[in-house]
Write a protein that binds this ligand. Structure first.
Ligand SMILES: Cc1ncc(COP(=O)(O)O)c(C=O)c1O
Length: 400
């Protein structure tokens, strides 16, 4: 019950046990095509270029930024937590001219502040996180794409922690590239990074295509500045997943099975329903920790549905309590980074763990751990508040 990785859905684990086939086996190419189609549903896009990067979510981020950014290109990163700093750091490694704006942890940006910074910096790319797991905040994005379009800026979004549990509309919000990971709301293991790329971004990337010697043919004249990474070169990876099937890496077969099953589960459920499920169980967890008398960190109106940061009560040893949750109850809750380290725990309700039993058992265990540590909490208040939340007429309809 941490901020991810989470318990993978058993259906995903079963899918991973399927026999391996080579990447040019017709069955495998069909599996790749169906994975692309399923992730168009997950990202809510018609983008042809929608596929998987082999590697954890960070590989997806690096692929997007290294393929877009040439040395000296200006990029703007609004930072509202640890993962904004990660985008900044990766863009710097691409040799980009990186500009940042910041708000304190626990807050998000007003669209006007981002628009003003875009006008000021005039970047090629705006790179922003949707849900920063470090702070639990969810940046509203609906108005940002429109501004980017108007100002001729490409919009990259890291949706690792939020996709599947919070509304995400690639096309309607004008997002050029979005990337994610399986180990949060998608309900799988870490190790595969779904990505979607708009036709406009694909054109920019294909303007830097340098096909490797040995597989290149006469039509493959090198164009533009070569992308600095071979493995994460989206110009080549698009040709690998596309009709050309131009050889690149050896596809991570079992991870593809996992990613495909994650998407199947979500698309079958319906993306809007999956968001409602995360709202429901995340809402119950929020009500429950408050019912125990604990204080919640940050601007709750902008919290992701799937994770809550809870102030560690005075007198409680945060790491000791986490260890007790794990050893006595088999439940993992998360620690925190940077300025929040030692101050808050992060408790997730995402993917397969966005369930009523998981929420209620976690709250019951937390109460006992806090009671044993001498914290001043409301006895029975956690599960009672969560149950009340579930009993609300609207939410009963949702669970039915
Ligand atoms: C918002 C966000 N971006 C990026 C990452 C990095 O992901 P990974 O560890 O899968 O590479 C994480 C991991 O928690 C994350 O929450």
């Amino acid at each position: 019950m941490g901020p991810g990785p989470i318990n993978a859905d058993p259906r995903v684990l079963r899918a991973m046990a399927a026999p391996l086939v080579g990447q040019f086996d017709p069955w495998m190419t069909e599996a790749m095509n169906s994975t692309m189609e399923l992730y168009r549903g997950v990202f809510d896009t018609t983008n042809e270029q929608t596929f998987l990067i082999d590697g954890t979510s960070r590989a997806g981020i690096e692929a997007a930024l290294v393929s877009l950014l040439e040395p000296g290109d200006r990029v703007l990163v609004p930072v509202f937590g640890r993962f904004g700093h990660l985008l900044q750091e990766i863009a710097q490694r691409c040799g980009a001219d990186v500009h940042t704006i910041e708000v304190p942890w626990g807050e998000v940006f007003e669209a006007d502040a981002i628009e003003a910074a875009i006008r000021d910096v005039r970047p090629k790319v705006l790179a922003i996180v949707q849900g920063d797991t470090a702070t639990t905040m969810c940046q509203p994005l609906a108005d940002i794409g429109e501004v980017c379009r108007r100002e001729g800026v490409l919009l990259y979004v890291d949706a690792t922690a939020s996709l599947g549990g919070n509304e995400f509309r690639t096309d309607a919000w004008g997002i050029d590239i979005a990337t994610a990971g399986l180990q949060k709301c998608l309900g799988g293991p870490s190790g595969s990074a779904p990505i979607t790329i708009s036709p406009k971004a694909a054109e920019v990337i294909n303007g830097r295509k340098h096909v490797e010697a040995g597989i290149r043919d006469a039509a493959d004249a090198a164009v533009g500045a070569r992308i600095a990474s071979n493995y994460l070169d989206l110009a080549q990876v698009m040709d690998y997943w596309g009709p050309r099937r131009l050889n690149h890496h050896t596809e991570a077969t079992s991870m593809l099975y996992a990613a495909r099953e994650c998407a199947r589960l979500l698309v079958d459920e319906g993306m809007d329903n999956a968001v409602v499920r995360h709202e429901l169980h995340g809402g119950a967890m929020l009500a429950g920790v408050r019912g125990l008398g604990l204080e919640v960190f940050g601007d709750v109106a902008h919290k992701m549905t799937n994770v809550v940061a809870v102030h560690i009560p005075a007198g409680i040893d945060g790491d000791g309590a986490r260890a007790s949750m794990l050893h006595d109850y088999g439940i993992e809750i998360g620690t925190s980074f940077g300025p929040l380290h030692g101050k808050v725990w992060r408790i997730g309700t995402m993917g397969y763990n966005a369930r009523r039993d998981a929420v209620l058992v976690t709250l019951a265990a937390l109460e006992q751990v806090l009671r044993a540590g001498g914290a001043d909490i409301t006895g029975g208040g956690g599960t009672a508040a969560a149950l009340e939340f579930y009993a609300d007429e609207f939410h009963e309809e949702v669970t039915a």
